[in-house]
Write a protein that binds this ligand. Structure first.
Ligand code: MCA
Ligand code: AMP
Length: 489
């Protein structure tokens, strides 16, 4: 039996996954993953071309069963970011779909087509799933942006994945009867760990929509069979916009057991619009690639828009002031940095002992998120320590990596990147550019394509302002706060 996924049994015809028309039972998934796992045992690490398909789920489960760390790759990753991830994680193989066209950057990595191992309708008789004996073994390496430099590989152990998913079982009364609906990308924690491994650990099922649309949500949730919906705030914002004219969507949300939002703050206005139209509250949970899940509003709690709830089972949480003093107050006012400790934490940043050491304060992980605690212990996030981190559409993006990419464009002499409030994306990436030739500035679309091609499409600037010079102080330090004023000048 598999320790991580007890429901994976050769003879099980319970539905496990459905992506569009492709569905796999636990028996089929177990057999497929075991067959693929047998082929990757000595790969060291495997990269997974993480398209929103059943193949990605099979590939990741295979790697977990084989004890081979999986590195999920965003299929839209640009050439520079891909080269960094491959150079850093050195995968021995890439698992992809037979039809996937892989970029030149992956040419040197042996390719295994997941389909060649997939078993439909004829589960093998002897499925003997199992994970490495040591729960500290690496399960996944997920890349995440920081304020500066290229993304870091977050090493997540089998222990962390199991602990975090089990804590959510408690908070959400998540059972094998739940059918999760979502459209999240499968190369981040939210979509992959919570959205795929979560249902599989519970023995329930997941229906992935391929791409987000309110029409698909309406079809799958509620009467369509789905009991839970996971999404980032941008998705709930789009749902809130659509509810007024879409009775099917109202019905679907009203009938769901649980609506969960995370990856960024869901604005109170969107909470209220959804509750007003459906009578349902959206539950927020707070997590991070490095920590998996830390807090959640528990199921059955009274509505708490704006709060990320209580620490999950096993998670210790404290608020710390700038000078390192722990804040004891539960007054809804005193602001401190959230630090957490518990079995949900990552093991290390890959190849970055310096960054790993800097991330901890005597065993406590510094999240960089600023929060207050209400008298009843509920946590409310009020901001972020680093202004150079942008959350757009639920993706974390470092201003520095975009600035470096922009500076590599021949028509850019100087560049600064900031996040601007955006009703749909939460924050929108704004680039402030001094062109090499003021008479012939590049177009905004050209710069967006340039960043999308080097890094990833979600890192592209959505607004570009051209300036004669960037505002700097006497020491030459860039003054990002003065950028709007510099534009007016
Ligand atoms: C547009 N596109 C381009 C360009 N312009 N491609 C290349 N170059 C360009 N210049 C393409 C895009 O690739 C995309 O293609 C389409 O145009 C639309 O893109 P975009 O406008 O970016 O999409 P969107 O509508 O803004 O997306 C909104 C979204 C997305 C669906 C909400 O932001 C999303 O999926 N967010 C989820 C983020 C997430 O999972 N975060 C979890 C990390 P196409 O449509 O074909 O794709 S946080 C985490 O894991 C922690 C633990 C936590 O707490 O959860
Ligand atoms: P990532 O590093 O991409 O995993 O993003 C983690 C960050 O997302 C956290 O440090 C928070 O800033 C943010 N985040 C996640 N969930 C929430 C939430 N429910 N409310 C506010 N911010 C959140």
């Amino acid at each position: 039996m598999s320790a991580l996924f007890p429901a994976l049994r050769a003879d099980s015809d319970r539905p496990a996954l459905r992506f569009g028309t492709e569905a796999l039972t636990y028996g089929e998934l177990g057999a497929s993953a075991a067959a693929l796992g047998a082929r990757i045992g000595d790969a060291g690490r495997v990269a997974v071309w993480a398209t929103p398909t059943a193949r990605t789920a099979v590939a990741v489960v295979a790697a977990l069963l084989a004890g081979v760390p999986a590195v999920p790759l965003n299929p839209r990753t640009g050439e520079r970011e891909l080269a960094h991830i491959l150079g850093d994680s050195t995968p021995g193989a890439v698992l992809a779909g037979a039809d996937d066209v892989l970029p030149a950057g992956l040419a040197g990595v042996p390719r295994i087509d997941v389909e060649t191992a997939m078993v439909h309708d004829s589960p093998v008789s002897a499925f003997s799933g199992g994970e490495p004996d040591d729960p500290e073994s690496a399960a996944l390496i997920v890349y995440t942006s920081g304020t500066t430099g290229p993304p870091k590989g977050v090493v997540l152990s089998h222990r962390a994945v199991a602990a975090s998913l089990d804590a959510l079982e408690d908070a959400w009364a998540w059972t094998e009867d739940d059918v999760l609906v979502h459209a999240l990308p499968l190369f981040h924690v939210h979509g992959l760990v919570l959205g795929i491994l979560g249902p599989l650990r519970r023995g329930g099922s997941v229906r992935h929509l391929g791409a987000f649309s309110t029409r698909e949500v309406a079809r799958e949730l509620g009467a369509g069979g789905g009991t839970m919906l996971f999404g980032v705030p941008t998705m709930y914002h789009r749902i809130a916009d659509a509810l007024e004219d879409d009775p099917a969507l109202v019905r679907a949300l009203s009938e769901a057991r649980l609506l969960v939002s995370g990856s960024a703050a869901l604005p109170v206005h969107d909470h209220e619009r959804i509750t007003g139209a459906t009578g349902r509250t959206v539950i927020e949970r707070y997590g991070m690639t490095e920590t998996l899940m830390n807090t959640s509003v528990p199921v059955g709690s009274r509505p708490r828009p704006g709060s990320v709830g209580l620490p999950l089972t096993g998670v210790e949480l404290r608020l710390v002031e700038e000078d390192g003093t722990e804040l004891g107050a539960y007054d809804g006012e005193s602001v401190g940095e959230i630090q957490v400790r518990g079995p949900n934490l990552f093991s290390a940043y890959l190849n970055r002992p310096d960054a790993t050491a800097a991330a901890f304060d005597g065993g406590w992980f510094r999240t960089g998120d600023m929060a207050v605690r209400e008298p009843d212990g509920y946590v409310r996030i009020v901001g972020r320590k680093a202004t150079d981190l942008i959350k757009s559409g639920g993706y974390k993006i470092g201003a520095g990596e975009i600035e470096n990419a922009l500076l590599d464009h021949p028509a850019v002499r100087e560049a600064a990147v900031t996040g601007a409030p955006d009703p749909d994306l939460g924050e929108r990436i704004v680039a402030w550019v001094v062109p090499t030739d003021a008479e012939k500035p590049p177009t905004a679309a050209e710069l967006a394509d340039h960043v999308a091609g080097l890094l990833a499409p979600h890192k592209r600037p959505r607004t570009v302002h051209f300036l004669r010079a960037l505002p700097r102080n006497d020491m030459g330090k860039l003054l990002k706060k003065a950028l709007p004023e510099a534009l007016r000048d």
